[in-house]
Design a protein around this ligand. Sequence first.
Ligand SMILES: NC(=O)c1ccc[n+]([C@@H]2O[C@H](COP(=O)([O-])OP(=O)(O)OC[C@H]3O[C@@H](n4cnc5c(N)ncnc54)[C@H](OP(=O)(O)O)[C@@H]3O)[C@@H](O)[C@H]2O)c1
Length: 273
Amino acid sequence: MATGIGRIGIIGGSGWLGAAFAQAFLEKGLVAPEALTLSNRTGSGPIAGVTWTSDNQALVERSDIVILSVRPEQFLDLSMAAGDRVLLSFMAGVTIETLRARTGARRIVRTMPNAAATIGACFTPWFATPEVGPDDKARVQALLEACGSAGELGSEDEIDYVSGFTGAGPALPALLARAMIQHATARGLPPALARQAALSVVTGAAQLLAEKDADPSAIMDALIGYRGITAALLETAMAGGFESLIGTALAAGEARAREMSARSAGSGGNGDA
Ligand SMILES: NC(=O)c1ccc[n+]([C@@H]2O[C@H](COP(=O)([O-])OP(=O)(O)OC[C@H]3O[C@@H](n4cnc5c(N)ncnc54)[C@H](OP(=O)(O)O)[C@@H]3O)[C@@H](O)[C@H]2O)c1
C-alpha cells in the first residue's frame, strides 16, 4: 500500500462528487497524487498530478479501494471486476446485491454524500457488508471525513431513506430560500436585496445550527418565547402542516430511491467483466 489509506481509484473522477472527493483527498494529504487514479469516458480531467484513464479495469488494478461515482444509469454501461478490493459506492438506488452481481465485489460499502462535499461540509452515512473488516471501515470513515463528517448505518435499508435526506443536501434549504426570495420580491423589496436577505437568513441559520450542542427545538422555543412576530410566523407554518409536508417530501425521496433500487436489481450482470 502507498499510504495507510492505500491506493484509491475513483470511477467518475471528473464528476460533481468524484472530483470533490479527489480534491479533498489530495488537499488533506490523505492520498498522494501517485496513489490516486481517476477515470471518466475521455480519460482526462482537470485534476493535475494524478493518473487519468478511460479504462475502468486498469483503474481497478491500480487501486486498493475503488469508489464508484458515476450516475446510476451510467453504471449499467460500465464493466469491471473488483476482485477482493473494497468497493465504495456513492450511487443512489444501486443495491449491494446489484453491485455484487455486476462487479463480483464482496467487500462493499454503500454511502450517501451530498453536494456540500464540494465545500467540505457533507455528512455521509454509510453501510458496509459483513466482509468489510474494522481496518477497512476505519479507512472508509477517514476517506469520507475528507469532505466533512460520516457515520455508519445499521442496515442497507437505511441507505434508501437517507438518499432523500442527506443525499438531497442543499435541496430543501434552497427551496426555503427561494420561497423567501419570491415572497419578498412580490412584496416589493428590490430583487437583489431580497436575495441577499434570504440567503443570509439561511446561511446564518446554518452556521448557528453548526455550533456545538445546537438544538433546533431550543432555538425555536427561545424565539417563540418572545410571543411576538417570530411566534406568529412559526406557529402559522406549523399549523399549516410545514413539518408534516417535510415528512411527506422525505418519504417521497425514499420511495423514489426504492424504485431505483428495484429497477437496478433487475439489471443483472455477472461480475466477470
Ligand atoms: N450530486 C449529488 O448531490 C449526489 C448526492 C448523493 C449521491 N449522488 C450519487 O453520486 C453519483 C455521482 O453523481 P454526480 O453528481 O457526481 O454525477 P456527475 O457529475 O454526472 O458525474 C458522473 C461522472 O461519471 C463519469 N462517467 C460516466 N460514465 C462513465 C464510465 N463508463 N466510466 C468512467 N466514468 C464515467 C462522468 O464523466 P464523463 O461523462 O466524462 O465520462 C462524470 O465524471 C451518482 O450515482 C449519484 O446518484 C450524487
